[in-house]
Design a protein around this ligand. Structure first.
Ligand code: ATP
Ligand code: MG
Length: 263
């Protein structure tokens, strides 16, 4: 088997007295779309944030394309911090898109996408803007490069956020409910950009309540419940013949909302 794009081993995350993730084991395969589904509060965002090292795991390990992120852990569970420089290089393989687009309001779409290229990657203005423009074209926003966030719809803002992440040339893209703050009619344009990205073979991990997207684009479905992976498998296994009662209950809630038409 190839090296997983992300391997999570016995990941435990506690906040104070509360354990939110209870020993997660997962292998995310490269070049595929993995969707994480599960009830509110089940730990989906926390898991994604640990994978991106926006949160430090309490125990366990995460490796990105075979390299340990954050901490190494020996067989006795002794942890050692990965050097800051190595960790930065490993994290640079990840791009992240959130529910809130977090664009800089005082910068145009082009400015938002090119900023990190100039400041972090030290690219010259012309090269940075060329690369940024190419990404805006890719998400269908070539005509909006000079617009400020306040002049863009929610769907357009989220596409700028995706272009901004892609401009940094990540190997893996993590999405945390990228369409949850959008009106239904704007959700489609963002999901279409994500579909195109999947078709190009980008490794993607998507936390989403869009069961239709998970069913049609997801290749691996991970069902998280109360901080545990209750199921991981193909969409067919999840949606056609769910065996786990908690998963069935969850699907009933969502499929009732009409998503079954998409399956
Ligand atoms: N920084 C934090 N401090 C304390 N508790 C936290 C923190 N972040 C998350 N939690 C708790 O961890 C649990 C899991 O939260 P998380 O946001 O990961 O759930 P989720 O599955 O993403 O939910 P949703 O579908 O509503 O986004 C919740 O009970 C939440 O209150
Ligand atoms: Mg969440």
């Amino acid at each position: 088997m190839s090296v997983p794009a992300i391997a999570v081993r016995n990941l435990i995350k506690t906040f104070g007295e509360t354990t939110v993730l209870h020993g997660i084991d997962l292998a995310i395969e490269p070049g595929r779309v993995s969707c994480i589904i599960g009830p509110s509060g089940s730990g989906k965002s926390t898991l994604l944030r640990c994978m991106a090292f926006l949160e430090e795991a309490t125990h366990g390990t995460i490796s990105i394309n075979g390299e340990m992120l954050g901490f190494t852990e020996d067989s006795k569970g002794r942890r050692e911090r990965v050097s800051a420089a190595n960790n930065r290089a490993i994290r640079a393989q990840l791009g992240m898109v959130f529910q809130q687009f977090n664009l800089w309001p005082h910068m145009t779409a082009l400015g938002n996408v090119s900023e990190a290229l100039k400041t972090v990657h030290k690219m010259g203005r012309k090269d940075a803007e060329e690369r940024a423009m190419a990404q805006l074209v890719k998400v269908g926003l070539e005509g909006r490069a000079g617009h400020y966030p306040s002049q863009l719809s929610g769907g357009q803002q989220q596409r700028v956020a995706i272009a901004r992440a892609l401009a940094l040339k990540p190997k893996i893209m993590l999405f945390d409910e990228p369409t949850s703050s959008l009106d239904p009619e704007l959700t489609g344009e963002v999901l279409n950009v994500m579909r195109d990205l999947a078709a190009e073979g980008m490794t993607m991990i998507v936390v989403s309540h869009e069961i239709g997207f998970a069913a049609t684009v997801g290749q691996q479905i991970i069902f998280l419940d109360q901080g545990k992976v209750l199921f991981s498998g193909s969409p067919q296994e999840v949606f056609k013949k769910p065996r786990n009662p908690r998963l069935e209950q969850f699907l009933d809630t969502y499929l009732d909302r009409g998503a079954s038409m998409l399956l």
